[in-house]
Design a protein around this ligand. Structure first.
Ligand code: HEM
Length: 384
């Protein structure tokens, strides 16, 4: 028995699919690595052209706009994507990485000066929020507002009000950019040209919405899980310190093992048989990235975390046309954090934790932490 709980193992081996009851449908959830990748490339059968229904549960009550370029198919998706791709690629540039290093260093200095900290709310959330300001190209002080929204801002009982608050905030940003467009995210989009015309306000909001919704829990969760793992495996930091080239592989392995998005849906435009389950035209199927990442046909000892795993063809950032645009940013944040920990932290002690469980009628999946209390000890001879 490995250390990554795998609620999909049996069904993946036997049927390759499991039914997920949702509203008035039972949604087939595709489980095998090969099948998930195939479906992700086949947008004619498994379409993303379904505003606010691609995430499951649906977000029809949470937002009014279609997330772009996520909730649309090629060829429009390809054209929308081209508008923002260069922007997201900034996260690979040395100047961008240096800014994230500076941020991480300041946050580690603060963490090392404390007796203990709750790593989800007091480290992962502010790190994600401040790193997002670097990606957006706005002042870091803006992050205080994002931090104030809390960890699970767009879910739960306050999700609807928070969704409206986000839309209001984004409208303010686009008003500002329309009056005086700079080279930040809002300015770049405001001056973008789509098929010979500027983007509409609805399209602008669709692009911006996913920056906040898609890039938030995912990074918070990945950072918290990496910290939790290092706290529970004290030898792991030594292993990474011994050869910093391992940091790249370790980051990919954390993304694989602790995939924050269990699955993402598609709509079948025509009646479709999904591994023996019948889907009526207009109903949904869903791609279970988390199960694909644990497929023993592809990964040796799939339920073990191996920090030097390679190759590592995980699908945590999706596959095909919608491959995550935020992946370079997420990678920069996690790699920079691991490098900073290696440089400055001797050990992370686990004080207490409360696991977070995703409960559904089809599976329960451990998904990071509700809370994670740790103490960071400085590396003797390292910078404090
Ligand atoms: C660990 C962090 C992240 C994970 C695991 C993740 C995962 C994913 C996945 C699985 C998809 C594909 C969705 C699909 O096929 O339906 C995706 C798409 C996307 N993600 Fe991420 N994401 C992460 C971080 C981010 C960040 C930080 C941002 C932006 C700030 C972001 C923005 C996007 C966008 C814009 C798309 C849509 C791309 C398209 O449709 O062409 N993601 N992400």
């Amino acid at each position: 028995m490995g250390e990554i709980p795998d609620p999909f193992r049996e069904k993946r081996r036997t049927d390759g699919v499991v039914g997920l009851p949702s509203d008035d449908e039972v949604i087939p959830m595709i489980l095998r690595h090969e099948d998930v990748r195939k479906a992700a490339k086949d947008w004619k059968t498994f379409s993303s052209d379904a505003p606010r229904r691609v995430p499951i549960p649906s977000e029809e009550h949470l937002r009014t706009v279609r997330q772009l370029p996520l909730e649309i198919d090629p060829p429009e998706q390809t054209e929308y994507r081209k508008l923002v791709e260069p922007f997201f690629l900034r996260a690979k540039q040395p100047a961008f990485i240096a800014q994230v290093e500076n941020l991480t260093d300041r946050m580690l200095t603060e963490a090392l000066g404390r007796e203990s900290l709750e790593a989800v709310g007091e480290f992962a959330l502010p790190l994600q929020s401040r790193a997002l300001t670097i990606l957006l190209g706005v002042p870091e002080s803006e992050a205080e507002r994002f931090i104030g929204w809390g960890v699970h801002v767009f879910h739960g009982e306050h999700g609807v009000q928070q969704g409206a608050a986000l839309e209001h905030y984004l409208n303010e940003q686009f008003d500002r950019a329309a009056a005086n467009p700079g080279d930040d995210f809002y300015g770049v989009l405001t001056t973008a040209n789509f098929r010979g015309r500027p983007l509409t306000r609805e399209e602008l909001l669709g692009f911006a919405n996913i920056m906040f919704a898609g890039g938030r829990d995912t990074i918070i969760h990945s950072v918290a899980c990496a910290l939790g793992y290092l706290a529970e495996h004290p030898e792991a930091l030594e292993f990474l310190r011994a050869d910093p080239d391992r940091i790249v592989h370790a980051s990919e392995e954390f993304f694989r093992a602790y995939m924050p998005l269990t699955h993402i849906g598609r709509v079948c435009p025509v009646d479709t048989n999904v591994h023996g389950m019948q889907v009526q035209a207009g109903d949904r199927a869903t791609l279970c990235w988390a199960s694909a990442n644990l497929d023993e046909e592809v990964f040796d000892a799939a339920d073990e975390v191996r920090l030097d795993r390679k190759p590592n063809p995980h699908v945590s950032f999706g596959f095909g046309a919608h491959l995550c645009l935020g992946a370079p940013h997420a990678r920069t944040v996690l790699r920079t954090l691991l490098a900073g920990l290696c440089r400055r932290v001797e050990r992370i002690s686990l004080l207490s934790k409360q696991d977070r469980i995703e409960h559904t009628p089809a599976y329960d999946r451990q998904l990071g932490y509700e809370s994670l209390h740790v103490r960071m000890m400085p590396l003797t001879g390292g910078a404090v």
